[in-house]
Design a protein around this ligand. Structure first.
Ligand code: GAP
Length: 462
């Protein structure tokens, strides 16, 4: 098992470089020097992220009878976040360096670099002069309405720091508008915003990021058991998207280190190339949140149990995952380099993203063997059109087929289809109407009739 300090900066550099070169992830506003802590997903990154969110939604909402979805607003009423304790209470400890003017998260100094040359961790350089830690507010606010004056406190709204709160404040509406009983969950995917002091490790700690959260409401006596069940469900999920169990670590967060509202929290951590870091928290939040909103709003948020005739505030188990962090874990896990012998008998390094097919941004590459052969091109285009309603397809006729395979390997396309002279029947009737399918991982090839392609692929990419 890797320890917390095991890192591989060279591997990380290669991953970052591939992500930019092939259009997975770009620095936001790079043209203008970059907006720190913000990232844009390029065409392949957007597909990958969408695949992750779709699969999470399918497993969490569609395939379960006890979880409903919602999509809350990002702009959040200040009273919601006052009641939850975020306004005035959501902060990280920060220190300033009087010499280099740097600002650092005080609880993470050992992983940061100071502004002195040669750089060491803040406080270690002989010229460093750090202040005492003070609380730095992580909340991002804005003003709403055309008439909002700069100092009208009522016009202040917040960009939500977690998606959870809109679920808590809508729990009663969801309950009343659906025939559902405890235990049940509400799931949401959406953007959250935190003014992180030191955004770092690529997309890992950002100021704008996406969360995939479930608030699972239950009777008080079921909270601990459901926390264990959700932990297992979430671990299984990571396996299904290509993050194997042996690379995940479970941190049973000890008393005193958990959020004040939590009776039990597991952090699911992954062995990133920059160290073992949190992907998701599975927290038993008790009745804290609903209780707070009931108190602050003055509205009755109790659940009425028809069978036992009891009224009570439901307890909540919360599996809360970071979408961007999971995308990064999937990318880090998929990245591989191997030495192979190419068609010319020479050794070369093959870079291959070994995404599980359901996560791969492009599912299938389609190539005519010869781009000048009109019949091959026509069949390719026909295949492309027939597959496009079902999956992302990439047509490529540039350069030797071997080079086209390498380009698809580098972005993780699990299958490539080649239309050749056999397809046209030029080498006999046996292979007429068949195409070559080449497998990314083994590089092995097989032939398949064109009409069998769609079901063959669908079986492998879901
Ligand atoms: N509702 C509970 C909650 O928000 P959290 O541990 O603060 O708990 C949950 O966040 C998940 O959101 C984290 O495990 C992480 O995956 C993701 N996350 C939190 N802050 C992040 C940041 N600054 N950048 C990227 N992802 C972040």
């Amino acid at each position: 098992m890797a320890n917390k300090d095991t890192t591989d900066p060279v591997r990380m550099e290669k991953i970052v470089s591939l992500c930019k070169r092939r259009g997975f992830i770009f620095q936001s506003a790079e043209l203008y020097g970059g907006l720190n802590g913000c990232w844009d997903y390029g065409p392949l990154g957007a597909e990958l992220k969408r695949n992750l969110k779709d699969y999470w939604w399918r497993k969490t909402v569609q395939e379960r009878d006890d979880v409903l979805g919602m999509d809350g607003s990002i702009l959040t009423h200040q009273d919601v976040l006052k009641a939850s304790g975020h306004v005035g209470g959501f902060s990280d400890p920060m220190v300033d360096c009087k010499t280099c003017k740097g600002r650092f998260r005080a609880d993470n100094l050992e992983n940061l670099e100071c502004g002195q040359k040669p750089s060491c961790k803040p406080g270690d350089h002989k010229n460093c002069e750090l202040t005492e830690p003070r609380a730095f507010d992580l909340m991002l606010s804005t003003k709403l309405g055309a008439l909002a004056s700069d100092n009208d406190p009522k016009a202040v709204a917040y960009l939500r720091p977690e998606t959870a709160q809109s679920i808590f404040v809508q729990y009663k509406n969801v309950l009343d508008s659906n025939r559902i009983k405890l235990p049940f969950g509400i799931a949401q995917i959406g953007k959250s915003f935190r003014n992180e002091i030191n955004p770092r490790n690529y997309t890992f700690r950002s100021r704008e990021f996406e969360q995939m959260e479930i608030e699972f409401f239950c009777r008080p006596e079921d909270g601990m058991r459901l926390t264990e069940e959700w932990l297992q469900t979430r671990l299984d999920f990571y396996g299904e998207i290509g993050v194997p169990r042996e690379k995940l670590h479970i941190l049973d967060v000890p008393d005193g280190e958990r959020a004040h509202y939590s009776k039990k929290t597991y952090d699911i951590e992954y062995e990133f190339p920059f160290g073992i870091q949190e992907l998701e928290g599975v927290a038993y939040r008790t009745d804290y949140d609903i209780g707070k909103h009931q108190g602050a709003s003055g509205k009755n948020l109790e659940y009425f149990d028809e069978e036992t005739k009891e009224r009570f505030i439901p307890h909540v188990v919360e599996p809360s995952a970071g979408c961007d962090r999971t995308v990064l874990a999937v990318i880090c896990e998929a990245f591989d380099e191997e030495e192979i012998t190419n068609e010319k008998g020479k050794s070369e390094t093959r870079t291959v993203m070994r995404f599980v097919p359901r996560m791969a941004p492009i599912k299938v590459g389609i190539f005519p063997l010869l781009k000048k052969n009109e019949e091959q091109v026509r069949i390719c285009k026909e295949i492309q059109k027939s597959l496009q309603p079902w999956m992302t397809v990439f047509y490529d006729d540039g350069g030797a087929v071997g080079r086209r395979y390498r380009r698809q390997d580098e972005v993780g396309t699990p299958f490539c289809v080649t239309v050749d002279f056999d397809t046209l029947g030029e080498n006999g009737d046996d292979t007429k109407g068949t195409v070559t399918i080449r497998h990314r991982d083994s590089m092995e090839q097989e032939r398949l009739p064109v009409e069998a392609l769609l079901p063959w692929l669908l079986e492998r990419i879901r």
